[in-house]
Design a protein around this ligand. Sequence first.
Ligand SMILES: C[S@@+](CC[C@H](N)C(=O)[O-])C[C@H]1O[C@@H](n2cnc3c(N)ncnc32)[C@H](O)[C@@H]1O
Length: 201
Amino acid sequence: MPSDLIPDPHEALRQKWDQRHTSAAGVGEVAAVLAENIHLLPATGSALDLACGRGASAIRLAQAGLRVTAWDLSPVAIERLDSAAREQAVSVDAEVRDVIARPPEPESFDLILVSYFLERGLTPAIIRALRPGGLLFYQTFSIDAVSDCGPSNPAFRLQQNELLALFWPLKVVFYREEGRIGNNQFGTRDIAMLVAQKPVE
Ligand SMILES: C[S@@+](CC[C@H](N)C(=O)[O-])C[C@H]1O[C@@H](n2cnc3c(N)ncnc32)[C@H](O)[C@@H]1O
């Protein structure tokens, strides 16, 4: 088959996300791990929203006074983020970037937020990209869920305690994974959330 007829999986993924971001309303939701732990943010410094989507969390980080970079594969998501940031008069350096092909540079951010993006192979690069003392805010879908939200493929969901295992070199500041325990009408369900700090050597 001529090479120009071979489907490009990267292009298919970009198109899928462009379509979702085109049909979705607004900038999305601020990640719960950020909203619930906003008091842990440093007063100044640089933050990366990795696989930022339409940018609700990136905008929240900028409103908190941080210098914010936001990367996503989808040009539609980045356009939507750019225009929302302009409307809200905050500055976000938003860029179309495949974070698997081009992960962040070592020791380049004081804070990294990852929300609903699970690429296990990126874990070492994310840890390296934090400056000493830097904070990771991470949340994504867990295998123990009470609703059918999120990916149906179990490989795209966290196993029990998996965020703790993936980011074991970091010091745990906050961790929550409720599973199906207790009254499922309440709480923050379907996800695991981690805030963790890179040790200062
Ligand atoms: C479920 S959305 C989450 C968006 C946002 N973080 C949030 O919490 O609303 C996953 C995002 O990952 C982006 N994405 C998927 N693969 C990517 C890659 N290789 N590099 C950068 N972004 C990617 C998609 O475009 C999409 O915006």
